[in-house]
Design a protein around this ligand. Structure first.
Ligand code: PEP
Ligand code: MN
Length: 353
C-alpha cells in the first residue's frame, strides 16, 4: 500500500502507478478526500525493490499483511466505500432497503410487488430469475422470461434491480437488466464466476456461504476487486450451526466485525436466515441497529401461494409499516433516513389533498 502525501500531484501519482506496472504488478489507486492511496498487488519482493518511498509525492509504503488487500479496511483508512446504484446510495451514512420476491413468478406478482416496494420507500428491487435450488426437481426460475419481467418492473418504478447470476454463460443477459448482480451463498466460492463479474464492472452483492468464515467471504470479494470492479457489497444471510429451531443462524456479530476488516458495504438478509415470517422483522431491526448498510428482504403479495420460500416472505400489504421501523432502527445506528417515512408521508398527503 503506497500512501501519497496530501500535496501529491496527479502526475506524481501516475509516475508511481507506472513504476508499479513496469514490474508486472497491478496498481489500484483509490483517491480519498485527503490522500490518494495506491494498492500494489504483485510479488512483494519485486514491489519492495522499487524503492517507492523515494518517489516524489510518496508519504510512506506500508505492507498489508492480511491475505485480502483491496478489500481491507487498511487500504482506505477511515473512509468507507459508498456505492451509488441507479441514484441510490449504500455504505457510509447511507442505508439501502432492497426488497422483492424470492423469485419472479408472474407478471402481476412481480409488478404488484415492485409498485408496493416503491410506495413503501424501498430503495432497490430484488427478484430471482435464475434460482439456486437444493433439489434439481424444484422450480429453477423463469430464466429469460424472468429477466424480461424484472426489466418491466424497473422501467415502471425506476427501482434498481438486484438479481442472481449462477452461470457465467448468462452474464450478458443478466447484465442487461441487473443494476446489481447477486452471487448466491452456494456460489460464493465460484472463483471463475467472481472474476467474470469483476471484469464486467457490474455492481455485485456477494452472499456469505453457508459454512464460510468472514475471511473467506472477503477473499471472494477480492476476486472481483482484483479485476478492477470496486462496486462490491457483502451479505450476511445466516450460517449453518447445530441449531435446528430456525433455518440458519443469523450471525449479527459478523456486521461490526466485517466493518473492522473491510471498507465494503455490509448487507443483511434476514429472510433466508429466519425461514419464517415472524422472525424477519425482529432480525431486520437488529441488523439495522447493529450497523448494517442495508437489508435484502423477501416479500410477496400472497406468500401462501409463493412458488418458493413462501413461509419467510413478508406480506406486501404489511411492508409499509415494516419499512418505517427498519428506517428508524437504521437512523438509530447513525444512518441518514433512506426515505420510507418521506415517501409514505408524501403519498398520504396526496391522497388527502
Ligand atoms: C436468494 O437470495 O434468493 C437466495 C437464494 O439466497 P442464498 O443464496 O443466500 O441462499
Ligand atoms: Mn428465497
Amino acid at each position: 500500500m503506497i500512501i501519497m502525501k496530501p500535496t501529491a500531484t496527479d502526475s506524481q501519482v501516475d509516475a508511481v502507478i507506472e513504476r508499479i506496472q513496469s514490474v508486472g504488478a497491478h496498481a489500484h489507486p483509490s483517491r480519498g478526500e485527503e490522500v490518494t492511496v495506491i494498492g500494489a498487488i504483485g510479488d512483494r519482493e519485486h514491489v519492495a525493490r522499487l524503492g517507492l518511498e523515494g518517489y516524489d509525492g510518496v508519504d510512506k509504503v506500508v505492507p498489508i499483511l492480511k491475505p485480502y488487500k483491496l478489500a481491507s479496511r487498511q487500504l482506505k483508512g477511515d473512509t468507507r466505500t459508498v456505492l451509488e446504484i441507479g441514484g441510490r446510495k449504500i455504505g457510509g451514512d447511507h442505508f439501502a432497503l432492497i426488497a422483492g420476491p424470492c423469485t419472479v413468478e408472474t407478471r402481476d406478482q412481480t409488478l404488484d410487488t415492485a409498485d408496493a416496494m416503491l410506495a413503501a420507500g424501498a430503495t432497490m428491487f430484488r427478484g430471482g430469475a435464475y434460482k439456486p435450488r437444493t433439489s434439481p426437481y424444484a422450480f429453477q426460475g423463469l430464466g429469460q422470461e424472468g429477466l424480461r419481467l424484472l426489466a418491466e418492473a424497473k422501467e415502471r418504478t425506476g427501482l434498481p434491480v438486484v438479481t442472481e447470476l449462477m452461470d457465467a454463460r448468462d452474464i450478458e443477459a443478466v447484465a442487461e437488466v441487473a443494476d446489481v448482480i447477486q452471487i448466491g451463498a452456494r456460489n460464493m466460492q465460484n472463483y471463475p464466476l467472481l472474476s467474470e463479474i469483476g471484469r464486467s464492472g457490474i455492481p455485485v452483492l456477494i452472499k456469505r456461504g453457508l459454512s464460510s468464515t468472514l475471511e473467506e467471504l472477503i477473499m471472494a470479494s477480492e476476486y472481483v476487486l482484483k479485476e478492477g470492479n470496486e462496486a462490491v457489497m457483502l451479505c450476511e444471510r445466516g450460517i449453518r450451526t447445530f441449531e435446528t429451531a430456525y433455518r440458519f443462524t443469523l450471525d449479527l456479530t459478523a456486521i461490526p466485525v466485517l466493518k473492522e476488516m473491510t471498507h465494503l458495504p455490509i448487507v443483511v438478509d434476514p429472510s433466508h436466515a429466519a425461514g419464517r415470517r415472524a422472525l424477519v422483522e425482529p432480525l431486520s431491526l437488529a441488523a439495522a441497529a447493529v450497523g448494517a448498510d442495508g437489508i435484502i428482504v423477501e416479500t410477496h403479495p400472497e406468500p401462501d401461494e409463493a412458488i418458493c420460500d413462501g413461509p419467510q416472505q413478508l406480506r406486501v400489504d404489511a411492508f409499509d409499516a415494516y419499512a418505517i421501523k427498519v428506517e428508524q432502527a437504521s437512523v438509530l445506528a447513525g444512518k441518514l433516513p433512506f426515505g420510507a417515512a418521506a415517501t409514505q408521508n408524501a403519498a398520504a398527503a396526496q391522497t388527502t389533498a
